[in-house]
Every structure is written in C-alpha cells, then in structure tokens.
Design a protein around this ligand. Structure first.
Ligand SMILES: NC(=O)C1=CN([C@@H]2O[C@H](COP(=O)(O)OP(=O)(O)OC[C@H]3O[C@@H](n4cnc5c(N)ncnc54)[C@H](O)[C@@H]3O)[C@@H](O)[C@H]2O)C=CC1
Ligand SMILES: O=C(O)C(=O)Cc1ccc(O)cc1
Length: 350
C-alpha cells in the first residue's frame, strides 16, 4: 500500500468513526474532526484516533451528511494542498456538481461504501462495517490515477470491494437498490402511526422485514432523497404506475398474479451470498425452547446433517417461551434437513 499516514476523518458519525476504527487497526495515524465535540470525544474514547489537529494529511475522508459534503470537500482541498480527498456521501452527482470549478479537483475522488445501518452516530460504528461490501468509487475526469488508486487501496484495506463507475450511473443504481426501498419502507411504516393497537398486535416478521430501514435517521434521508430527487422520482413514477394498475385490477386474478410473479422474479435478481449467483433458498422453521444451550444443540444437529445454513433469523412466539428459528438452506436440501431434525426430536417444518 502507498504510505498513508496521517489521515483526517471529517465527521465522526457511523461511517466516519467506522472508517477511522478500521484505519487505526492498520496502524494508521488518524485525526478526527466533527462540528459536534461530543462526537469527536466519543470516537476518541472508542479508539478511533486523535482529536489533535493534523498539519499535512495524506488523505482526508469526508463523512458528513450529503448536503454538507461539497463544502467540507472544498475546504479540505484548500486547507491541505497535498492531500487526496474522498467523501462517502450516499449521492455522488450533486456533490460532484457542487465541488466543480474549485481548486485541487485532481486530488478529489468521490466514493460510497455500500454498507451501513439504520443507526447513526459514533457509538453505532464498527471497524468491520465494510468487510465484503461494495465500495463505489466515482472519479471525475480530472482526478489523477494516483488519487484514484489511493482511494481504491483504502477501500481494499477496510475489507471492501472497490467498484469504479461514473457518478450519474451510481445515482441511478442506488435510487433503485437503496433509496426507493427506503422510501417504500417509510411509507409502509407511516401507515401504522394511527393503527389500532389490536391490529398492530397481529404484526409478524413480514412487517418487521419491510419496515426495518424506516427506523433510519430522517435527517440523513431527507438529504439523500432531496439530492437524488431526479433518479428516485423516475423509479417512484414507475412504482406509481404499477400501483395504479394494481389498484384498478385488485379483483382480477390474472393482473394480481402477474404483479406477484414479477415481484418473485425480482427477488431472484438480487445477488446471492458473497456476491455470487442467486441461489434458491427455502426456510426450515424450527421451534426452540427459550432456554440456555438450546440453540447450540440445534446448530450441532444441523451441522451433523451436513446441510449448510445459508441464512438465519430468530422470531419469538406470542405468549410462549419459545423461539422460532428460521434456517434458510438451499432448496434441494430442505426436506433432508427437516427429516434429520425431526429424527432428533425437533419440531421442524418447511
Ligand atoms: N448511514 C449509512 O448507512 C450510510 C451513510 N453514508 C453516508 O455517510 C455520510 C455520513 O453518514 P452517517 O455516518 O450515517 O451519519 P451520522 O449522522 O452518523 O454522522 C454524521 C456526522 O457528521 C457530523 N457533521 C455534520 N455536519 C458537519 C460539518 N459540516 N462538519 C463536520 N462534521 C459535521 C455530525 O455531527 C455527525 O457526527 C453521509 O454522507 C451518508 O450519506 C454512506 C453509506 C452508508
Ligand atoms: O441498512 C441497510 O440495509 C442499508 O442499506 C444501509 C445503507 C444506507 C445508506 C447508504 O448509502 C448505504 C447503505
């Protein structure tokens, strides 16, 4: 790796502190800055770096909200004339347009790690956050090869997989795979605000799956949606057309069946584990007593069956001290797993 120290991270929230923690694990001298001194203090406390000013950083990572990003990038390019500057904002076109015309743009390389969570702030950070995740790099035409290479090297160092694309293509892609799913999750959750408690009591895992990201930070998402409005608007317009079609034909079995089938085909398009080919999975449900050691016995028996656990989730039964463990396995191994677990006296079904 190119020699990197020292590095300045501007913005000690979820992403900035995660970057800083991971860089520290590689022995890099990391300096931290945030407009909120409590966030700097919390990040320092977690071992993410030093609050001391830095004089001549080789790299500046800007990890502030999207609408504050361009100004922070411009300031870093001006203040540190030898530094490569990258940012991690979720929208790339608006940042590129807002920094254009400024000084030192040959040292600016936009980027976006496709990793995060619905939580924010330094306490939610993790050095492992980026491992195995795509890290999009969106160099403008004027960026030097050395600057692009440095940002790619940092992404690799943090365990991510760098992918180069232009900013507009990035914004179109994330509108589809990240921003519109967030909006639809939010709209679904918003319908629940005035729902009768007796109705909400019936909620199951499906509702929790669909609304998980609706719990994300509204301030961050207000920035993301308003700065990627055009691309998000294009996808939402298509969704609106689909909704109109569906609403007009809710009693038509063919139309409803077509909509449902299209959704099923869509889920198969999502890349599988480790970015591989999508694999058809089937969930095997197993009832497990909510007691110490029960899960380790179950996993030992799954291990003995020779069937690989592709994914896993635990739900809880209403009013009974029983967990429902949902084990996703390759579709052609599910019956075998049910049989092996039933032999071992588990209540298992698919
Ligand atoms: N949350 C997520 O899952 C992901 C977020 N991103 C991007 O990362 C960036 C940071 O997001 P998070 O870490 O989630 O947000 P966060 O809210 O956890 O952290 C943002 C930090 O920036 C600080 N800040 C705000 N304005 C500032 C300014 N002008 N100068 C210095 N510090 C400032 C805040 O005090 C806060 O500590 C955003 O641009 C976001 O789009 C990228 C990938 C995933
Ligand atoms: O929590 C999830 O599933 C996410 O997809 C998190 C996320 C949020 C914002 C980004 O720009 C990238 C990733």
């Amino acid at each position: 790796m190119t020699s990197l120290p020292p590095t300045l991270v501007v913005g000690c929230g979820l992403i900035g502190t995660s970057v800083a923690l991971a860089l520290r694990e590689h022995g890099i001298d990391v300096h931290l800055r945030d407009r909120d001194p409590e966030h700097v203090a919390a990040a320092v406390e977690r071992g993410a770096g030093s609050a001391e000013p830095v004089h001549d950083p080789a790299l500046v990572v800007v990890a502030v909200p999207p609408r504050a990003t361009a100004a922070a990038v411009r300031e870093a390019l001006e203040t540190y004339p030898a530094a490569v500057v990258t940012d991690v904002a979720s929208v790339k076109g608006s940042v590129a347009r807002d920094v254009a015309g400024g000084a030192g743009l040959d040292r600016y390389v936009g980027s976006h790690p496709m990793a995060g969570s619905e939580r924010s702030g330094p306490l939610a950070a993790s050095a492992r956050l980026f491992e195995g995740r795509p890290w999009v790099i969106t160099p403008a035409a004027g960026a030097t090869d050395a600057a692009v290479r440095l940002v790619e090297e940092v992404a690799v160092m943090l365990g991510a997989v760098p992918t180069v694309m232009d900013a507009d293509t990035h914004d179109r892609a994330v509108a589809l795979v990240s921003h519109v799913p967030q909006v639809l999750s939010t709209l679904t959750a918003a319908r629940l605000v005035d729902a009768p408690p007796a109705h909400l009591a019936l909620a199951g895992q499906g509702l929790r799956d669909v609304t998980r990201v609706a719990g994300s930070d509204p301030a961050l998402w207000r920035d993301i949606i308003t700065t990627n409005a055009e691309e998000i608007g294009a996808v939402l317009t298509a969704v609106r057309d689909d909704l109109d079609t569906l609403i007009d034909a809710l009693r038509d079995r063919d139309v409803v069946g077509g909509v449902l089938e299209a959704g099923r085909v869509g889920t198969r398009a999502i890349p599988g584990k480790h970015g591989g080919e999508p694999v058809e999975l089937v969930v095997v449900n197993v009832q497990v007593p909510d007691t110490p050691g029960a899960l380790s016995r179950l996993f030992a028996h799954v291990g003995e069956s020779g069937v690989n656990i592709e994914d896993l989730r635990i739900d809880h039964e209403l009013g009974r001290p029983v967990g429902l463990v949902e084990i996703a396995v390759a579709a052609d191994r599910a019956d075998e797993l049910v049989a092996r677990l039933t032999e071992r006296a588990w209540s298992a079904y698919r």
